[in-house]
Each structure stands twice: as C-alpha cells, then as structure tokens.
Write a protein that binds this ligand. Structure first.
Ligand code: AMP
Length: 410
C-alpha cells in the first residue's frame, strides 16, 4: 500500500516523501482514512509505530490553506514530547504554507506569545502552560477543528486530566477528536465518553507487548553489585547508544556521575534539571556527543531517539506499563535493540507483575566473567527450569545478546 492511495494532499505527500517514508505503517494505514473522513479515532499502538504521522498527516491535509488559528491542537504530557511532535509536524508540513508552534513550561513566554499572536495553524502544547495562556487571555481555542490527546494514559498518570478537561471547555463542541493511549483505564474511558463522538477504535498488535524487534533479558544480582554489574555490562556490550533508566532523580544523578568517572560520555535527563539542561542532554545524546543517557521515566514515553542500541533498567520499573515504554526506546521503527533489566531480590514481585502484564517470562542470564556475590535469586536455577540463571550461561549469552558487532548510527 502506498501513501498516495490514502487521500493525503500532494503537499503533505511531498513532506512524507522527503522524510523517506515509503509505506504507511499499520496504524497510519488504519487511522488516516478515518481522520480524513472526519471521524473521531481512538488509537492504541506500540511506541515507535508511527502514530505521530498517523494523526498529523490527515489533519494537515484537512487544514489545507493557512488561516488565523490555532485550528489544530495537539496536547502532549511532557515538554520533550511536545517539542518532538512540533518538529515532526514542521517536517511533514514543509511543502505546505501551514505553520506550527509549541508551548510548554520551563521557558520564557516571548516566543510563544509571538507565535500565538500570529495565529498558527497547528499548536502543540503541554496542558499546564496552555492553561496559563488561556487564563491570561494570550491564547484562544475557539477556532480549533482538530484536537489530539496524545499519550492520554500518561497525562492521567501525571495528574493532567483536570487541566485537559478545562482546556477542552475552551474548544468548540463541533470538532474532531483523536485520542492515543497505550491503555484505557476507567478515567480515560470517562474522558472518551465526555469528549468524543462515536469514535473508531484502532488497536495495532497486542496492546501490552513490547516491540518484537527487541530482545530482552534480566540480570539478577545482589543489591551491592548493581553499579558494578552495569559498568561491566557497558564494558562488554558493543553499543552505539544506551539509555539507563533509574527510578529516582537522585539515583539517576548518582549513576550518571559513576559512569562519567568510569570514562563514559554521559548525559542525564530528569525533571529536576532545567529546561535548557534537558534540551542539551537530549540533543547531545541524539547527535552522538553522549553515548549514555541516564534518565528517569520522564524519558520513557514516546520520545523518538533514533538508534538507541540498548536500554538498561538500572531499577526495575514499578509499573508494568513503564517497562513496555522504557523498552520501547530501543527497537524503534523495526531496528533491533536489546534491553537489560538489573534485578535485585526485592524486585521479585515487580518483575512478576511485568511478566504477567506482557504475557511471557523474561529470561534470566549471568554476565560472563563477572565476579558475582551470592544472591538468593540464583536459587531460581532449578533443574528443568529453562529460564533459570545457571542454564543461561555461556553461548546463549555470548551469541544471542548483542555482544556482536557494533551497529551503525542512522
Ligand atoms: P512515532 O511512533 O510517531 O514516534 O514514530 C517512530 C519513528 O518511526 C519516527 O522516527 C518516525 O519518523 C518513523 N516513521 C513513522 N512513520 C514511518 C513510515 N511510514 N516509514 C518509516 N518510518 C516511519
């Protein structure tokens, strides 16, 4: 199936071509016709499936010519995601006359006020700063025809749903709404009933499974050896770029410093850092200046960082969905990637719920040559247990999990 058969405008098709996309991904194939037909859409798709283009391309086609807006509003849970979606829209619309702007907190108002005064066609925003603009009267949403609620479950987690509702009150009732969410908890269900009209539901693949191109394994270890194991892993694995996820901001800082002391080029990304520091960290990591990004879950959802060759969970995520989202940073758009989770005894329950959530057991393995201290976790290695630590030693480790040649950066 080709993009040009989907009914997108010639200028938008040119943008798609310039991006190097040849065929629509499944979510694009299924969502684009509905949005072009003016229907509300609920999309649930794995991360990295191309959902930004799935809503942006038909909306840009429908907007056609510029007029004083915003006529399309895209709400995102984090600044990073908002910035990323703005960039994607800018790329898709480069052969049109349409304009896009982004508003989020943590930065000055000047540029945002200019853009809003000019009446951009597409506005990408995080809820807090947008509400701020609405309350100050520096933005109006009475011309919004297309509304996108992206990463709705993340907005719920972050406590943004009341803000989202207030924002929706500023939009016309006559509008088209699309909502994307990995899961649909009851609160989102209520929002859907309240905000959408007869939505078409598009589910791509199993909602809960991580991308199939990712190989993932667990490294059990005693608590005192976590950092040493990560350092040893980084020493053995041939990686291009790796994200190390930590549970807390303090932990991220500590791990970041330790890796730096061990001669890795490291950037850290968490919400205690200033917007400028966050941007520099992401840019440096994307450009290859840093080979390791140490991050809290703020970086886990939806951020499009190309060619992350490995994800290391320094801490097991407490919510199973976060596991899927963290792992989604690698293996994006069909590239393969590897994900390692460091597990200590107290993580046992969280690991179990992750395995229940994704519907399969994750293999436990040992790092060859690492001087392990005893942990009761190794007692899982019972005869006949194919997932056991002891059984996974040796060739499987060396042959199966990226101790091979380095990947090229795209
Ligand atoms: P998203 O899920 O929107 O964050 O997209 C994930 C990645 O896939 C981004 O790097 C997109 O540029 C890329 N992508 C989206 N659609 C396509 C497509 N049809 N063909 C190739 N790459 C795509």
């Amino acid at each position: 199936m080709l993009f040009r058969k989907l009914g997108l405008s010639p200028a938008v098709l040119e943008g798609v071509k310039a991006m190097g996309y040849t065929e629509p991904t499944p979510i694009q194939l299924r969502a684009i016709p509905h949005i072009l037909a003016g229907e509300d859409v609920i999309g649930s798709a794995q991360t990295g499936t191309g959902k930004t283009a799935a809503y942006a391309l038909p909306i840009l086609t429908k907007l056609g010519e510029p007029s004083h807006g915003p006529r399309a509003l895209i709400l995102e849970p984090t600044r990073e995601l908002a910035a990323q979606v703005e960039t994607a829209c800018r790329d898709f619309m480069r052969f049109t006359k349409l304009s896009v702007a982004v508003v989020f907190g943590g930065v000055g108002y000047g540029k945002q006020l200019d853009a809003l005064r000019d009446g951009v066609d597409v506005l990408v925003a995080t809820p807090g700063r947008l509400l701020d603009h609405l309350q100050r009267g520096t933005c109006r949403l009475n011309k919004v025809e297309y509304l996108v609620l992206d990463e709705a479950d993340r907005m719920l987690d972050m406590g943004f749903l009341p803000d989202v509702r207030r924002i929706l009150d500023h939009c016309p009732k006559q509008r088209h709404t699309s909502l994307f969410s990995a899961t649909i908890p009851p609160e989102i269900e209520t929002l859907i009933k309240w905000a959408m009209k007869a939505p078409k539901v598009i589910e791509i693949g199993a909602r809960r499974s991580p991308a199939e191109t990712v190989k993932h394994v667990i490294y059990p270890v005693s608590d005192t050896q976590k950092l040493d194991l990560v350092l040893a892993l980084l020493g053995q694995v041939k990686f291009d770029s790796v994200i190390v996820f930590c549970r807390t901001r303090n932990r991220a800082d500590r791990v970041g410093h330790a890796l730096t002391r061990n001669n890795h080029s490291v950037a850290t990304l968490h919400s205690n850092r200033t917007q400028k520091e966050r941007e520099q960290a992401l840019k440096g990591f994307r450009d290859g200046k840093y080979e390791v990004l140490v991050a809290t879950d703020i970086a886990a959802r939806g951020l499009d960082i190309l060619n992350v060759s490995h994800v290391i969970n320094y801490d097991v995520p407490q919510h199973p969905e976060d596991y899927v989202h963290r792992i989604g940073r690698t293996g994006r758009a069909e590239a393969s990637g590897d994900a390692f989770t460091i597990m200590v005894a107290e993580d046992a329950q969280h690991v179990q719920s992750i395995e229940r959530f994704i519907g399969r057991k994750i293999e436990r393995i040992k790092l060859p040559g690492f001087d392990y201290k005893y942990t009761a976790l190794f007692d899982e290695a019972k005869p006949g247990n194919t997932q056991a630590v002891g059984r996974a030693r040796g060739s499987r480790v060396a042959g199966g999990y990226s101790f091979g040649p380095s990947r090229r950066r795209r």
